[in-house]
Every structure is written in C-alpha cells, then in structure tokens.
Design a protein around this ligand. Sequence first.
Ligand code: CMP
Length: 262
Amino acid sequence: QASLTCKDILLFKNLDQEQLSQVLDTMFERKVTPQEHVIDEGDDGDNFYVIERGSHDIVAAKDDQSRCAVCCDNHGSFGELALMYNTPRAATITATTEGALWGLDRVTFRRIILKNNAKKRKTYESFIESVLLLKSLEASERKKVVDVIGQKVYQDGERILSQGDKILIKHKIVTSTEVNQEVEIGRCQRGQYFGELALTTNKPRAASAYAVREVKCLVMDVQAFERLLGPCMDIMKRNITHCEEQLIAMFGSSMDLTNPGI
Ligand code: CMP
C-alpha cells in the first residue's frame, strides 16, 4: 500500500530499488482526525510523512500567513526539513479531515535519504549553477534546491503538464479553462524552466507541456517551490509579462496572467 502512495514522492525518486524497499518496509501508518496537530512549529523533528488521504493545513508563523497557508489534499508529503537540516519544525501542520499518513522515522530518513542526497548534490550542483533563474539564490539555498528536486524522464510526445490543472494553494480561487485546439507556443532547452506560472499567479496551468524526444526534467513540488524560490519571485514575475505578451499575440485577448486570482 505504501509503495503506491509513495511512487511520486520526489525525495524517493533517486533511491535505488534496495533503498526504496528498505524505506517502504520501515514506514508505518498513522491515522489522523480533524484538528489534530501532526507537527507543531518549533518542535524537534521525529518523522517524515507521506499523505495517503485527507487534507492538511500548513502554516508557518514566520511567513505572511494568508500567503503561506498551503493545503495538501490527498497527496504530497511534509516534515522533511527538520530531519534534513537538524532544525526545529518550520511550520504547524493540522489535519482538516479524517486522514491517513505514512510515517518514516528520523533515523531511517537520515540513514537512507540523506546519504542518497549527498550523491545527488554531486550530480546536480554544477547543472543547477548554470540555471539562470537560480543565480539570484544564495549558494546555501541552491544546495537546498538540489536536496528537494527529483528526476523524471518523459518519452517523446508524453504530456508533462496539462492546461487547466489546478495547483492547490489555499485562499486562492481557481477557475477552469476551456481547452481549445492546441497550438505550439514555444520550446524549452536544457537549463530553462517551465511550470512556474501557475505557482506564481495561482491560476490553473495556462498551457500544456509535451516532451519532444526523450526529456529529463528536474522537478520540485509546490511546497518546496514556495519555500525555496520566494527569493526568485521577482525574476519570475518579470518573465510572466513576456509570457503574457506571447499568449496575447497568439490568441488576441489578455489572459490577465499577472493578476493573482484572490
Ligand atoms: P518540517 O520543518 O520538518 O516540519 C514542517 C513542514 O512543513 C516542513 O518540514 C515542510 O515539509 C512543510 N512546509 C510546507 N510549506 C512550508 C513553508 N512555507 N515553510 C516551512 N515549512 C513548510
């Protein structure tokens, strides 16, 4: 059961088969009830959690609370930061529905995931340095990016992102978009990025992305993106204007991409 739930967890993506089996064998189920605090900000870290089902609120006091209250609905994971960096819990996580989680204890997490991350750092550090967007991050922040990314490979023609998909961030209204006939609006090369627009504007995905031949992507989940790429927001917002111009040129009407749908 845990193996199915954990198959998209980015932190597990670089584990070899044996390491993954060890992790899955060690995981335990934890049932939660509404209003239950799974994690309290400031506590020591005990477990990392993967969501089997149920919704959770994540609130970090250090941040602007309305912006940073992220909710995880039936998928995702949390609780990795305190275990990775030996820091107090950075946010409070409260169950908002009945739910079930898969827990992984601190010792196993550090023994297997962290050991693996050292290898990952070596592999990706120089590539990450060459990504223009990430240049404005501090070196220590770039290391954290490497820690939370996972690698995914897509085959020719495979859909990587779907237009209209919603990104679940609380307090933001999301609307559905009509899917018309698809027109190519651009191609991305090595070192470029995509998928940031919906996260920056809190709108549904404005376009779909497909692999042209085999494509290897480094992927970050929405919470890691919010936590780590805050400092890059200005650069991304600058690029949004360009993206909007491109869409207007194609479709002739303003899609109002810069105005967050709050
Ligand atoms: P940890 O600090 O161990 O415990 C709280 C968890 O909340 C943290 O790990 C992350 O997994 C998660 N989280 C999600 N969003 C944020 C955020 N904006 N700031 C801090 N932690 C967050």
